[in-house]
Ligand binder design. Structure first.
Ligand code: GLY
Length: 294
């Protein structure tokens, strides 16, 4: 964890605490905290998002609240700073849960969401091999070559997906997440983050869950809903998190980290990755930020 990341998390936690104390609903607090992280450029989300193998940033985000199980999400959205705000708009302004691709980008444009500054199309993972908006044949060959060369870094050592969970004064929980995907990905690849029940879930009868880690493994275990179901069956947040993380490792050889918060204020931060940059703030306003949680 860099000093700048720690400061940014501290600020997001302080702002979240201030809003919750002022009576702001959990879903708005989660959105605001994630906006701050997207804006920072220090994480793999918003301004700091990874690029796909054709040099384009395509981002995913989702948001859910636990009182009425309302949710919104976007996948493969381009050219904006705050995919989490687009997810919120899907939830508030449409009868849908998920919008994707160019239509999601146009939807965000219609509501005037802030555009990311235009950057050179390709500032690459592999500058020589990446071609702007390259076709499927080229990116597939590049993908295979990079995987074969072992160019998939451990997610936990680089910039991570961002997420947040919150519990408001009315007793409602909310969860959200936003990401630029993984290190090496084909154009159009979508991970767990915009998939309700995989990357996020929130239910006042169980708790709120937000995921980071390798989407391909998180999706196959439907992790967020699995944790929520474990909470509903009476497991503590720590026990539920440990059980599902173990399943991700054992059944699909994956790696993930999660934030869990119950409507009665119990929480867990757990990861099967070597590190997870995260923090918590309680009702007393004291924030803790670390990059490793037992
Ligand atoms: N967990 C983020 C992703 O795999 O896209």
């Amino acid at each position: 964890m860099t000093v700048a990341q720690a400061r940014c998390l501290d600020s997001a936690l302080a702002e979240g605490h201030r809003l919750l104390m002022a009576g702001v609903p959990a879903v708005s607090v989660v959105e605001e905290a994630i906006r701050l992280l997207e804006d920072s450029g220090l994480f793999n989300a918003g301004r700091g998002s990874n690029r796909q193998l054709d040099g384009v940033r395509r981002m995913d985000a989702s948001l859910m609240e636990g009182r009425e199980l309302r949710a919104g999400a976007v996948a493969s959205i381009e050219g904006i700073i705050h995919p989490i705000a687009a997810a919120r708009l899907v939830m508030e302004k449409t009868a849908h849960v998920l919008l994707v691709g160019k239509s999601a980008t146009q939807f965000a444009g219609y509501f005037g969401l802030a555009r990311a500054p235009r950057m050179k199309e390709v500032r690459a993972v592999q500058p020589k091999q990446l071609r702007p908006r390259a076709g499927a044949g080229h990116t597939l060959r590049l993908h295979r070559a990079m995987l074969a060369a072992g160019r998939v870094r451990s997610r936990s050592l680089g910039k991570e997906t961002v997420g947040a969970v919150a519990l408001d004064q009315a007793g409602t929980v909310a969860a959200g997440a936003s990401t630029g995907g993984v290190d090496v990905m084909l154009p159009g690849r979508v991970g767990d983050t915009p998939l309700i029940g995989c990357g996020v879930y929130a239910d006042n009868d169980a708790g709120a869950v937000s995921m980071t880690g390798l989407g391909e493994s998180i999706i196959r275990v439907a992790v967020a809903k699995e944790v929520s179901d474990a909470l509903a069956s009476g497991l503590s947040p720590v026990a539920a998190a440990n059980r599902v993380l173990r399943k991700v490792v054992e059944r699909v050889q994956g790696a993930a980290g999660l934030l869990v918060l119950t409507p009665d204020g119990r929480f867990a931060i757990r990861h099967s990755t070597p590190h997870m940059v995260a923090g918590i703030v309680g009702p007393d306003g004291r924030a803790i930020v670390r990059d490793r949680f037992a």
